[in-house]
Design a protein around this ligand. Structure first.
Ligand SMILES: [Zn+2]
Length: 267
């Protein structure tokens, strides 16, 4: 969920995330000092498990040629466990679209970008996020997906356009409902009783009150992560964006040597 402030999340009515955090953990995460508080660098860290000093992604539009050497966690997982299937679904095209400079998630995926003519309209982002949720839910219900990344972007766009007031809260609450659709789809699986699912929810950065990020204020640098699942350790005290790729690989017993993060519970 792009650009959701921690304090705004806590103030919003989010029954789905409340249920998850009661069974797991919800923690503020300070965007690592190696990363700018910009979507591209932080989502690249989520994807690859390394920071900007290694992946080199400093903005949203163009990735450096060296970024091609960094694969996303679904690609890293499938390289070690070729039998596993994964999914990426995103409404922001740099995450998954096969553009000239490559997507932030090297595997690419199903992208439902907003109409370029209306790319800053909140309405177009609501529609795009809704379609992403429907697409991902259908696949989670029907396919044997080992690991997935699903992205919702309307909150960030709204904050840029209108600040972090009541309309922003409504975005957070719609994203919570979309997450609920994904969890319902998982629970509808005929094989659900034999499966263990870990859910990680994360934002990439905060926002100034009036909207905007990229600086070093607490409002911009405070992100958060939520993690819930039967395989997670008790007593998780701290989490970091770089830990997500490591945790996914560790969950499947796959090697995560060389990544900057650590498995959940080791901070
Ligand atoms: Zn962002």
């Amino acid at each position: 969920m792009d650009g959701i402030r921690h304090d705004s999340l806590l103030a919003a009515n989010t029954p789905v995330m409340d249920r998850l955090s009661e069974a797991g953990v919800l923690l503020p995460v300070r965007v690592h000092e190696k990363n700018f508080t910009i979507s591209g660098p932080v989502w690249a860290t989520v994807a690859t498990g390394v920071y900007m000093d290694q992946h080199g992604v400093e903005g949203n539009e163009e990735q450096p040629p060296g970024f091609a050497a960094f694969e996303d966690f679904t690609a890293l997982l499938r390289a070690q466990r070729p039998g596993l299937a994964t999914m990426i679904a995103a409404s922001w095209f740099p995450l998954a679209a096969k553009t000239e400079c490559g997507p932030l998630f090297s595997s690419g995926g199903w992208v439902n970008p907003v109409d370029p003519e209306a790319e800053n309209s909140s309405e177009s982002w609501i529609a795009a996020d809704d379609e992403i949720a429907a697409h991902a839910a259908a696949r989670l219900a029907a396919e044997d997906l080992a690991a997935s990344f699903v992205y919702f972007g309307e909150g960030d766009v709204h904050a840029h356009n209108h600040g972090t007031g009541p309309g922003y809260t409504a975005c957070i609450e719609r994203c919570d409902a979309r997450l609920g659709l994904l969890l319902d789809a998982i629970d509808s699986r005929p094989t659900r009783a034999q499966e263990e699912w870990t859910v990680i929810v994360v934002t990439d950065h905060g926002h100034l009150d009036e909207g905007g990020h990229g600086g070093d204020s607490d409002e911009e640098r405070t992100a958060w992560m939520l993690a819930s699942g039967p395989g997670l350790p008790d007593g998780i005290k701290a989490l970091d964006h770089a830990d997500i790729a490591v945790q996914v690989l560790a969950t499947f017993g796959a090697d995560h040597h060389g990544l900057a993060g650590v498995p959940f519970g080791q901070r």
